[in-house]
Unconditional design. Sequence first.
Lengths: 102, 173
Amino acid sequence: MTLTPYLIVAALLFALGLGIALTRRNAILVLIGIELMLNAANLNLIAFWRFGAHPEFMTGMLFALFSIAVAAAEASVGLGLVIAWYRHSKTTDLDQMTRMKG
Amino acid sequence: MSPAMIEGFLFGLIAVMTLAGALAAALLRNLVHCALSLTVTFAGLAVLYLSLGAQFVGLSQILVYIGAVAILVVFAILLTHGAGALPHLFVASSGWRTGWVAAVVVAFVFIGALLRSPLPQSSGPVPQIAVRSIGQALMGAYVLPLEIVAILLTVALIGAVIVAMPTEQGESK
């Protein structure tokens, strides 16, 4: 295997995540789209680490590990915000989400 | 079949599975089905990481994404009553055509750019990275990022609990 197929898969995954984040009405699905974009970036990091010049330094792999941790934190805060907003206004529809003041 | 052909076939299978999960999450109407197809995508990515020789990251992907994030998403969907399908509501937002056009343009720009770039085509042997050396790197050269991530996770945990905590006004409604 070469590097190019992995990068094409990552690019397509990023585009699909961007499409989800831009087109879905539900706030939870927009968060899912952002997670998919982060995952595509992680796949790029791992692929470049594997086919790079010095895989023994583990730079790309550790970057991907930290990225997974940051993505987990982002998901928890984002879903907490969605639940707080749902409790306030009884909807998760982004087209109706025009103000966040309580 | 030669081993390289089998490898390419398996890669294609996993790549199609990963992208099909993401596409199903983009198009399905029921939110729980979207979350389950997202799990398929995360599993496919974990297999891709394992095939690239990053065993620790692949297993972390399974633990964090399939084990935690997917469950969190399902809980959030059920807590916000998103499981009940709303057939009269259109699932896409008001500007969905512009959104898909932007996504397709981004895909073409990325793929066009990487097909024109000089990429390393030959790969060495699969790097054998022991978990021991990952731990030594995390405790040595990468100890500052590790501590910052630890603080970030603590702050995010406390912040998520405080944000989602019911207020007086919320309880009275």
